[in-house]
Design a protein around this ligand. Structure first.
Ligand SMILES: Cc1cc2nc3c(=O)[nH]c(=O)nc-3n(C[C@H](O)[C@H](O)[C@H](O)COP(=O)(O)OP(=O)(O)OC[C@H]3O[C@@H](n4cnc5c(N)ncnc54)[C@H](O)[C@@H]3O)c2cc1C
Length: 592
C-alpha cells in the first residue's frame, strides 16, 4: 500500500524524466538482422482494411505507424494507439491484445507481420513471447478529484450517477479499462427483479418484500449480513429511480424461481443490459461525470490514517495518479480469470468463459492489498452448454424442446434437463470435456442467428455423423433408441409427440461448459462499505456489483444480479458522497 505525498513526488519526478525503454532487440543476445527501411503490410480489420507501416533498422523494429485508421473511434483506435509501442518495446508480436478491441489488435499484428515479411525477413522469431515483458515509457499525470469510481459496467455507472445526484459539487471521475463502457452488464438479458413496484401495482401483480426474499433465499441458501434483505427492500425504489433518470421498465415477466411476475423489462424488447448501459451512460455524462475509457486502475492509495486517498491508473503511454477521498470499486467479477477460478475448483481449469474478458478480479486484488475481506469466493456459476468455437450460450430451451446430448462416441450420458452444475460435471467427465447437442428442424428457431449460422446438419444420422465427425453406427443407435421411446404419430387429439422424433434433416452443435459469473468477492455492509479483515469498514472505500461477495450466496435468483448492482451501486454512490461531505465538515471544524 502506498501513501500519497511520497507518491506524488515520485510521479512528478517520473513526469520530468520519462524512463527510456530500449527496444529489447538492442541488448538481445540473439541478434536479428533486417534490411533497414519502411515496409507496408495490410490485414482485414473490424471496419475495413488496416495498413501498417513498419520501420526496420538492421537489428530491430524501430517504429510502427497506421496513418489512416479505419477502425471505430474509441474502440479499435485504442488498439492502434496502444499496440505499436508495446510491440516496439518488446520486439515481439506476442503482445496482449487490447481488451474490447480484439479484431483490430489482431489485424494490426497481422499487418505488421506482413510488413516484416515484405522486407524479406522471417517474422517467425518475432512470435515468441518476451522473456521479461517491458512497457513503453510512460508520461506521468496527476489529477485532482473527490470521488473515483472504478469500472463503467452497470454498478459503476449507477454509483457515479447516484453520487453526482447526491453531491452535484463533487468532482467525480469514472475509470474504465475497456474501450467502451458496458462490461458483463451489456451481455445480460432476462430482467431486473423488484417487489411491490409501482409497475407491478399498476398491472395488478401481487408481490411483496417477503415473497421476493423467500424466493431469493430458496436458491441462495441461508444468508447473514442482511444484504439480500437490502436488495429486496430497495428493489422497487431502484425501478422508480431508473424511470426518473429516463429508463422506464414497464414490462413484466416471471423468471424461473420467482413466485410472481417481478422481472422488469424495457417496453421495446431491447435486451435489458444494453438498455441499462445506454441509458446510464447518457445520464452519467449529462450529470457532468467524466468517463475515462482505456484507463485501467491498478492500485488504491491511503493516507496515514488508513483512509482512501487516491488511485493509480494507466492509459496508453500515461501513468495517472487520481487523488480523491473516496473510491467505489465496480470492476465486476473474475469469471475470465482462469487461474483464479481454477484455484477454487480444479475442474474449472482451462474452461472457456462467456463473460467479458475484462472480468479478471482487478478490484478484488486491489482491495485485498489494503486488507479487505472477501466472501463466497468459491461460488462460481457455470453455463453447461456453450458452443465450442463461438463461445455463445446454447439456450436451455433447446434441451427442453428435446435436443439429445451425446458424447464424442455418440452415446447419451446424462439427463439433458439436469441442473446446470450436474450437467456441467457430467460433460466435463466425457472425452474432450465436451458433448454434442443433436436436434431436429423444429427446434432451429430457438437458436440466435449467430448460432444458426454455425450449426452442422445432415439428412439423417449417417450424414449428420459425417458432418460432425461422430461414429455413425453408435449415433444411429442412440437416435433410434430415443425415437423408440416416443409415439410414432400424433395422438387422437392431434397432439404431436413431445419431444419431437429425430427424423429427416438433423442438426448438431458441439458444446462444453463455460464459466459465466462469479458470486464471490469483496465483503460489504448493506451500505456498500468494503470491510477489512477485522470486520470494520475501510474508510472511504465502497464496492458494488459482481466485485462483491456475500449477496447471492450459493446461487442468484435469476434477475437478482442486476437488481443487486443497482441497489448497492446506488447506495455506494450516495454513501460515498455523504462520506466526502462529512470529511469536508471535519476538516473545516479542525481548521477553526
Ligand atoms: C452472458 C451473461 C449473461 C448474463 N445475464 C444476466 C441476466 O439475464 N440477469 C442478471 O441479473 N444477471 C445476468 N448476468 C450477470 C450480470 O450481467 C453481472 O453480474 C453484472 O452485469 C455485473 O455488473 P458489474 O457492473 O458489477 O460488472 P460489469 O458489468 O462486468 O462491469 C465491470 C466493468 O469494470 C471494468 N474494469 C474491470 N477492471 C478494471 C480496472 N482495473 N480499471 C478500470 N476498469 C475496470 C470492466 O472493463 C467492466 O466494464 C449475466 C452475465 C453474463 C456473463
Amino acid at each position: 500500500m502506498k501513501r500519497l505525498p511520497a507518491l506524488i513526488a515520485a510521479m512528478l519526478m517520473l513526469g520530468s524524466c520519462a524512463l527510456p525503454v530500449l527496444p529489447a532487440g538492442e541488448d538481445s543476445s540473439q541478434e536479428t538482422s533486417y534490411r533497414a527501411g519502411e515496409y507496408r503490410g495490410v490485414a482485414q480489420g473490424y471496419a475495413g482494411e488496416l495498413t501498417a507501416f513498419v520501420t526496420l533498422t538492421d537489428s530491430h523494429i524501430d517504429a510502427i505507424r497506421v496513418p489512416d485508421c479505419p477502425e471505430t473511434e474509441g474502440i479499435g483506435s485504442v488498439a492502434v494507439e496502444q499496440l505499436p509501442g508495446l510491440i516496439v518495446a518488446n520486439q515481439t508480436f506476442a503482445v496482449d491484445v487490447v481488451a474490447g478491441a480484439t479484431a483490430t489488435s489482431r489485424a494490426l499484428i497481422e499487418a505488421a507481420k506482413q510488413a516484416v515479411s515484405a522486407s524479406g525477413a522471417d517474422p517467425a522469431p518475432l512470435l515468441e513471447p518476451p522473456a521479461q515483458p517491458v512497457r513503453p515509457s510512460l508520461r506521468a499525470e496527476v489529477h485532482e478529484a473527490d470521488l473515483i469510481v472504478v469500472g463503467a459496467g452497470g454498478a459503476g455507472l449507477t454509483a457515479a450517477l447516484a453520487a453526482a445526484q447526491s453531491g452535484p459539487e463533487l468532482r467525480i471521475v469514472l475509470l474504465e479499462k475497456n474501450a467502451v463502457p458496458g462490461g458483463n452488464t451489456l451481455l445480460a438479458g432476462g430482467g431486473i427483479n423488484a417487489a411491490a413496484s409501482a409497475v407491478q401495482q399498476k398491472a395488478g401483480v401481487e408481490d411483496g418484500f417477503e415473497e421476493m426474499l423467500s424466493d431469493s433465499l430458496a436458491v441462495s441458501g441461508a444468508q447473514e449480513g442482511g444484504l439480500l434483505e437490502t436488495l429486496a427492500g430497495d428493489s422497487a425504489a431502484v425501478i422508480d429511480w431508473l424511470a426518473e433518470a429516463g429508463m422506464p421498465l414497464e414490462q413484466l415477466a416471471q423468471l424461473p424461481g420467482s413466485s410472481a411476475e417481478r422481472a422488469h423489462l424495457p417496453e421495446n424488447a431491447e435486451p435489458v443490459g444494453k438498455f441499462l448501459i445506454d441509458g446510464l451512460t447518457g445520464a452519467v455524462r449529462r450529470a457532468g461525470v467524466e468517463i475515462l475509457c482505456g484507463t485501467r486502475a491498478s492500485e488504491l492509495l491511503t493516507d496515514e490514517e488508513g483512509r482512501i486517498s487516491g488511485v493509480i491508473a494507466e492509459s496508453p503511454g500515461v501513468r495517472h495518479l487520481y487523488t480523491g477521498g473516496a473510491v467505489i470499486l465496480a470492476t465486476g467479477g473474475f469469471a475470465a480469470n482462469d487461474k483464479l477460478c481454477g484455484s477454487y475448483h480444479t475442474l474449472l481449469r482451462g474452461l472457456d468463459t462467456v463473460s467479458s474478458a475484462a472480468a479478471q478480479g482487478d478490484g478484488i486484488a486491489m482491495a485485498q492489498e489494503l486488507g479487505a475481506a472477501t466472501a463466497d469466493m468459491a461460488e462460481i456459476v457455470i453455463e453447461p452448454t456453450v458452443h465450442r468455437g463461438s463461445g455463445l450460450i446454447v439456450p436451455r430451451a433447446l434441451r427442453e424442446g428435446g435436443a439429445l446430448l451425446v458424447n464424442r462416441s455418440g452415446e447419451r450420458f446424462a439427463d439433458e434437463l439436469a441442473d446446470d452444475a450436474k450437467l456441467s460435471e457430467a460433460l466435463l467427465a466425457q472425452p474432450g470435456r465436451c458433448g454434442w447437442l443433436i436436434f431436429g428442424e423444429g427446434l432451429l428457431h430457438l437458436l440466435p442467428s449467430a448460432l444458426e449460422e454455425r450449426v452442422l446438419s445432415g439428412a439423417g444420422p449417417e450424414k449428420l455423423s459425417r458432418a460432425a465427425g461422430l461414429p455413425a453406427e453408435t449415433l444411429e443407435e442412440t437416435i433410434s433408441d430415443r425415437n423408440a421411446e416416443l409415439p410414432e404419430a400424433a395422438d387422437e387429439d392431434g397432439n404431436e409427440p413431445h419431444p419431437a422424433r429425430l427424423e429427416g434433416e438433423l442438426y448438431a452443435l458441439e458444446v462444453a461448459p463455460g464459466v459465466k459469473t462469479t458470486l464471490g468477492g469483496l465483503a460489504i455492509t448493506p451500505e456498500a462499505e468494503v470491510l477489512g479483515a477485522a470486520g470494520e469498514p475501510i474508510p472511504g472505500l465502497y464496492a458494488a456489483g459482481e466485485v462483491t461477495g456475500g449477496v447471492h450466496g450459493a446461487a442468484a435468483l435469476p434477475g437478482n444480479e442486476l437488481t443487486g448492482l443497482l441497489v448497492f451501486g446506488r447506495r455506494a454512490g450516495q454513501n460515498a458522497a455523504g462520506w466526502l461531505s462529512a470529511q469536508e465538515e471535519r476538516q473545516e471544524n479542525s481548521d477553526v
